[in-house]
Design a protein around this ligand. Structure first.
Ligand code: NAI
Length: 345
C-alpha cells in the first residue's frame, strides 16, 4: 500500500481525500503543520509527501525528504513558486495539479472586484446595524470600463470572458498570447496607462517578482483598482499601501499576500497581528482581503483530491509523470518529457 503523509492538512482536505480513497488503495496520514525544515523529518517511513501553497520547500527540506527516501513530492495545488526546483532536480520528482477549477478563481476575482466597487462589505455591516444610509457607498458601472488582465492562461482567459460579459473593454498582457482568445493584447505600459481595473492572473516567477511596484503604480490611471488572486509576491505590498494612501490606487481586492504563509488558513482572532503592512491594509475601507480562498469550491476540492491521488498512483505504480514540474520545465517553459509522460529525469 502506498503510504502518504500530507502537510498543512485541514478537515476539508481530509474529507475530500478520504472520499476518493474509499477502496483503501492509499494509507494517508494528515499532519496539521506546514512542511518546513522542522516538520520534514515526520516524513520518515512514507513513500509520498503531499504539500501545499504555503509550505517552505527549500534546499534543507528537499534534503530531508531525499534522506527519508521519499519517492514523490505531490503538490495539491497549481502554483509551485515555493519549491527550490533547481535543488530538487534529479533528486526528487515533483508533480502538481495544474488545473482544478480555473472558474473558481476567475469567479472569485470578479467577486472581489464587485464587492470592492459596490462596497458590499461596508453595506453588509451597515445594514446589520440598522444603518440604511448610502453615503460613501457610491460605485461605478463596469459596463464600458477598461479592464487590464495580466496573464491569459486557464484562469485569466475565463476572467477575460466574465469581464466581456459585463460589457467592459478588456486589454490583456501575456508573453505568450492566446491566439484563440478574442481580446486586445497590448504591452504592459499601455495596459497600465489605460486600465481602470487591473487583475493579475500569471504565475510568480523570479522574473516577475514585484511586477506591481512603485514604478508601475506611477504609470497607472489615478484611482485604478487592483485585483490579485495569483501570488502575493507579484505585488510589492509596501508600494501598494503607499499607492492606496496617496489615492493613486482607488481600491485593492487581494486573495494573496506576500507574507501570507504565517497567517492565512489559521484562526488568529485571539492573537496579536505581527505584520504591520497587513494590519494597515486590512484597516483600509477600500481594501478587501480574503485568505487565499479563490480556489475554495466543492468542484475544485474534488478535482484536487482526484488528480493528486491519480498523480501518485501514476508515478509510483506506472512510472508515469504526466503533471511533473522540474527545473528543466521551468527553464525551457515546456518539459520535453511531458508529451511522453516519461519522468523528467
Ligand atoms: P496558467 O499556467 O494556465 O496561465 C498562466 C499564464 O500567465 C500563461 O499564459 C503565461 O504565459 C502567463 N504569464 C507568465 N508570466 C507572465 C508575466 N510575467 N506576465 C503576464 N503573463 C505571464 O496558470 P493558471 O491556471 O491560469 O493560474 C495562474 C495563477 O493563479 C497560478 O500561477 C497561481 O499562482 C494562481 N492561482 C491562485 C489560486 C488561488 O486560490 N488564489 C488557485 C490557483 C492558481
Amino acid at each position: 500500500m502506498i503510504k502518504i503523509c500530507m502537510f498543512d492538512a485541514k478537515p476539508y482536505d481530509e474529507y475530500f481525500f478520504n472520499r476518493f480513497n474509499q477502496d483503501g488503495k492509499f494509507h494517508i496520514d494528515y499532519f496539521e503543520p506546514k512542511l518546513t525544515k522542522e516538520t520534514a523529518p515526520l516524513s520518515k517511513g512514507y513513500d509520498v509527501v503531499v504539500g501545499f501553497v504555503n509550505d517552505t520547500i527549500d534546499k534543507g527540506v528537499i534534503d530531508i525528504l531525499v534522506q527519508n527516501n521519499i519517492k514523490l513530492l505531490a503538490m495539491r495545488c497549481a502554483g509551485y513558486n515555493n519549491i527550490d526546483f533547481k535543488h530538487a532536480f534529479k533528486k526528487i520528482h515533483v508533480v502538481t495539479v495544474p488545473s482544478y477549477s480555473p472558474n473558481a478563481v476567475a469567479e472569485h476575482a470578479m467577486a472581489l472586484l464587485l464587492s470592492l466597487n459596490r462596497k458590499i462589505h461596508k453595506a453588509y455591516t451597515r445594514v446589520r446595524d440598522h444603518n440604511f444610509s448610502l453615503n460613501g457607498l457610491l460605485g461605478f458601472d463596469l459596463f464600458g470600463k477598461t479592464i487590464g488582465v495580466i496573464g491569459t492562461g486557464k484562469i485569466g482567459k475565463i476572467f477575460v470572458k466574465i469581464c466581456q460579459g459585463f460589457g467592459a473593454k478588456v486589454l490583456a498582457y501575456d508573453p505568450f498570447p492566446n491566439p484563440d482568445l478574442k481580446v486586445d493584447y497590448v504591452d504592459l505600459d499601455t495596459l497600465y496607462q489605460q486600465a481602470d481595473i487591473i487583475s493579475i492572473h500569471c504565475p510568480l516567477t523570479k522574473a516577475n517578482y514585484h511586477l506591481i511596484n512603485e514604478n508601475s503604480i506611477r504609470k497607472m490611471k489615478k484611482g485604478v483598482y487592483i485585483i490579485n488572486t495569483s501570488r502575493g509576491g507579484l505585488i510589492d505590498s509596501e508600494a501598494l499601501l503607499k499607492g492606496l494612501r496617496d489615492c493613486q490606487i482607488g481600491g485593492a481586492g487581494l486573495d494573496v499576500f506576500e507574507e501570507e504563509k504565517d497567517f492565512f488558513y489559521e484562526d488568529l482572532s485571539m492573537a496579536l497581528m505581527r505584520d504591520e503592512i497587513l494590519t494597515q491594509l486590512i484597516s483600509l475601507p477600500n481594501v478587501i482581503i480574503t485568505s487565499h480562498q479563490a480556489y475554495f469550491t466543492k468542484e475544485a476540492l474534488e478535482q484536487i483530491a482526484k488528480t493528486t491521488l491519480s498523480n501518485i498512483e501514476q508515478a509510483l505504480v506506472h512510472h508515469k509523470y504526466t503533471n511533473e514540474i522540474c527545473y528543466f520545465c521551468e527553464k525551457k517553459g515546456q518539459c520535453e518529457a511531458r508529451p511522453t509522460n516519461q519522468p523528467c529525469f
